[in-house]
Design a protein around this ligand. Structure first.
Ligand SMILES: Nc1ncnc2c1ncn2[C@@H]1O[C@H](COP(=O)(O)OP(=O)(O)O)[C@@H](O)[C@H]1O
Ligand SMILES: Cc1ncc(COP(=O)(O)O)c(C=O)c1O
Length: 271
């Protein structure tokens, strides 16, 4: 009997399947892992707005409770959380967990505006991020965590300074995604661990690249690689490569749109 490693995502559902737990479970499966999920919210993305419907507290609690039947998660990913209450429950769920934890602080979406929640940002900084092995903000989320609303983050040294600041505030390693802010035609991400910065680049795929779900896929890929025993440097390097591949083989929802979803199935982890 083959025994697969088990990994968990605590995340929102994206009916359009770009991001959220749909991306996480596809990524886990592609890494050969058994994926479990706790749903925090149901997100409905319309052409004109993004609506987030948190699950009722009892539904959230019951899902977490059901996991007491599952032994030995090899790693846990935390995606979209919708309230301080949900965050507190996740913190107490993780309190005795000793394995790798990846926190993707979903505070800013490409598809539309999310209401600003300063209390939630503060709780991330004070309570959840210190438990994480690594956190994976995009640029806007990074600015929110650093409380730098209008700061420029254009050059690689601006990004490094921002990652450093978040790492100090959140007491954890930070993988900051440069996203569409290309430097020298390269997609640039960087890792800040204990004051040390490492840069990771891939060729830029342009502003019309199929990136819906890229951030979730990246964080889920890091979770998967940590679950499989890679160290953080190797995990982020392989995950950036995997996401790049997933963007390249992405697809449009319909022919009239220019944007599209990443597609993880068959993507490689290295050259
Ligand atoms: N146009 C692009 N070309 C190449 N890589 C990209 C592009 N856009 C995003 N990426 C990569 O996709 C990953 C997710 O980044 P990003 O899209 O900024 O995250 P999020 O989905 O959280 O906003 C990162 O590794 C980033 O470098
Ligand atoms: C539930 C949920 N989580 C996270 C995201 C973030 O997705 P991305 O990977 O594009 O940043 C989305 C985007 O639609 C979402 O619906």
């Amino acid at each position: 009997m083959a025994t697969s490693k088990k990994v968990l995502t605590i995340a929102g559902s994206d009916s359009l399947a770009g991001g959220g737990l749909q991306a996480d479970l596809a990524t886990f499966a592609e890494a050969g892992l058994a994926g479990f999920s706790v749903i925090t919210s149901i997100v409905s993305i319309q052409p004109s707005n993004v609506a987030v419907f948190p699950v009722p507290d009892e539904v959230f609690d019951q899902q977490l409770k059901s996991l007491s039947q599952v032994e030995d998660f090899a790693a846990i990913k935390v995606g979209m959380l919708t309230s301080v209450k949900q965050l507190e429950r996740v913190v107490s769920f993780l309190q005795d967990y000793a394995g790798p934890i990846v926190v993707d602080p979903v505070l800013a979406l490409k598809e539309g505006h999310l209401a600003e929640n300063k209390a939630l940002v503060q709780e991330y900084l004070d309570r959840l991020l210190p438990l994480a092995t690594v956190t994976t903000p995009n640029l806007n989320e990074g600015l929110a965590l650093a409380e730098r609303a209008n700061a420029l983050a254009k050059t690689s040294s601006d990004l490094a300074e921002l990652a450093q600041k978040i790492s100090e505030r959140a007491h954890t390693a930070v993988f900051l995604k440069g996203g569409q802010g290309f430097v020298d035609e390269k997609a640039l991400d960087l890792l800040a661990v204990s004051g040390q910065i490492s840069y990771f680049t891939q060729p830029a795929l342009g502003e019309d690249a199929f990136v819906n779900g890229a951030g979730c896929t990246l964080a889920a890929a890091i979770t998967a690689k940590l679950a499989l025993g890679e160290n953080l440097q190797q995990a982020v390097e392989q995950s950036q490569f995997f996401v790049h591949q997933s963007i390249q083989q992405g697809y449009r929802l319909n022919d009239s749109r220019t944007d599209g979803n990443v597609f993880q199935i068959g993507a490689k982890w290295s050259k």
